[in-house]
Design a protein around this ligand. Structure first.
Ligand SMILES: Cc1cc2nc3c(=O)[nH]c(=O)nc-3n(C[C@H](O)[C@H](O)[C@H](O)COP(=O)(O)OP(=O)(O)OC[C@H]3O[C@@H](n4cnc5c(N)ncnc54)[C@H](O)[C@@H]3O)c2cc1C
Length: 409
């Protein structure tokens, strides 16, 4: 049977690895952290995932939290100013609920499952020498190391990368005690144009159901104050202060918050980057990147874990379809291009939200408030951002799109 080695035990690496095991492949997964390290470590993401991406987990028998993870039933988007005046306000249920399972729960559980299903798990910080070693002994090496250093092996694709620097300072705060919404649980998106965004949704963490506060702060702007913070308590205090100041309509839900745990906070900056898919080792051997290694987005639209799941499924199909043939450079390039056919729309959707929203997008968001069918269409785009094209990106198409929703059914 063919031997596949995957570097990185995150959403992409584990999902692909377990998928390959179920088809009889010999799979080695290399992780720089053990399951215990991950479970005892800091939160890494807010990992909201929607129906298509969770569906791929279900297909592999890996969606174990459907009954315990609080659902994300809909989307509620508001845009307004610091005085609390909102000029966009729409909400809609999604076709199917999404969910966010803390990666500190999911990844250790999937690592145990990977070994239970016969995979070889190696705890090692893979460097170039290790990649050479694995490339020599495996039919294919995939690099699914997320934002890890080893991803630098893959050349940045300047044509496909929209930005060359981080566009937000991002903070995560995992909390208990947030007042539930009065209608249905939701991906709550609040925009204060020119200042930043606040995104919140329910999640399942180590201590049970919780809420995640994602603050997206324009660098150098009035929300970008995270260097003032040195303790978890100060982090929570600043998160609540920023919500009160810049998203006052959400403040009443945040009066009784406590941190889920001292490692339930994160601050960082992500440079949105697209990379070329083949990594060339000093020996001339080639390895293929996947998910965040190749298409890294700012988390503003919450798409990276979804991308990782979709990339894992697409790569799994491509590996199976390739049978016994060699995994050569052409196959690697073609496999990534098939993924890029999808991922480019995620990057475009996400990058649009990192810049001031174009008038046509504000017009559509405004119309969503009066038109439930339109609002439903936009809400479901979080599951599949391809559905936003072409109208999200073209004035004339946006007008045509709005007209189509104005007509009686
Ligand atoms: C603040 C924040 C909020 C986010 N919110 C969302 C959201 O709501 N929804 C969503 O869909 N996405 C979200 N994301 C993005 C999402 O978390 C990532 O896109 C997703 O985890 C990528 O999966 P991956 O498997 O490619 O990489 P990762 O999940 O990063 O996994 C890579 C793994 O490889 C390991 N590794 C790295 N280097 C090495 C090495 N040299 N050797 C061995 N192992 C190595 C790492 O330790 C890690 O375990 C968010 C990200 C951030 C930072």
């Amino acid at each position: 049977m063919r031997k596949i080695t995957i570097i990185g035990a995150g959403q992409a690496g584990l999902q692909l690895g377990i998928g390959l095991l179920s088809k009889g492949y010999h799979v080695t997964l290399v992780s720089n952290r053990s399951g215990e390290d991950i479970a005892r470590g800091r939160v890494m993401s807010s990992q909201s995932m929607y129906d298509m991406a969770v569906g791929y987990e279900r297909a592999l028998g890996l969606a174990w939290w459907d009954d315990t993870c609080p659902p994300i039933a809909g989307v509620h988007m508001r845009a307004g100013n610091s005085a609390g005046e909102t000029f966009v306000d729409w909400r809609s249920r999604m076709r199917a609920p999404g969910q966010s399972v803390d990666q500190r729960i999911k990844m250790p559980a999937w690592m145990r499952e990977f070994e239970r299903r016969g995979g070889t798990l190696v705890i090692e910080e893979a460097d170039l020498a290790a990649l050479e070693r694995y490339a020599e002994s495996a039919d294919l090496v995939l690099v699914a190391s997320g934002k890890g250093e080893i991803g630098q092996l893959f050349e940045r694709d300047a044509e496909r990368s929209t930005f060359d620097r981080p566009m937000r300072t991002i903070s995560l705060t995992y909390v208990h005690g947030m007042k539930p919404r009065s209608d249905y649980s939701a991906l709550n998106i609040s925009i204060n144009p020119g200042i930043g965004e606040y995104v919140n949704f329910p999640s399942l963490t180590l201590s049970g159901p919780c809420d995640i506060i994602n603050l997206e702060c324009i660098p150098g702007g009035p929300m970008d104050r995270w260097n003032e913070v040195s303790t978890p308590a100060e982090h929570l205090e600043l998160a609540v202060e920023l919500i009160r100041e810049f998203f006052p309509w959400e403040a009443p839900r945040c009066e009784r918050l406590s941190l889920t745990d001292d490692l339930g906070t994160l601050v960082g900056r992500i440079p949105p980057t697209v990379r070329k898919p083949l990594g060339k080792l000093p020996s001339g051997r080639k390895v293929l990147g996947m998910a965040d290694v190749l298409v890294l987005n700012d988390p503003i639209t919450g798409q990276g874990s979804n991308n990782a799941s979709k990339c894992a499924m697409l790569y799994l199909d491509a590996i199976l379809a390739h049978g016994q043939r060699p995994f050569d450079a052409d196959w690697m390039q073609q496999t990534f291009e098939r993924y890029w056919e999808y991922a480019q729309w995620v990057a475009r959707f996400t990058n649009t939200h990192l810049l001031p929203p174009p008038d046509r997008v504000m017009k559509v968001f405004g119309a969503c408030g009066q038109n439930p069918a339109l609002a439903g269409r936009v809400a479901n785009a979080f599951d599949d951002p391809r559905s936003l094209s072409p109208w999200y990106y073209d004035d004339a198409e946006a007008d045509r799109f709005l007209e189509s929703f104005a007509q009686p059914a």
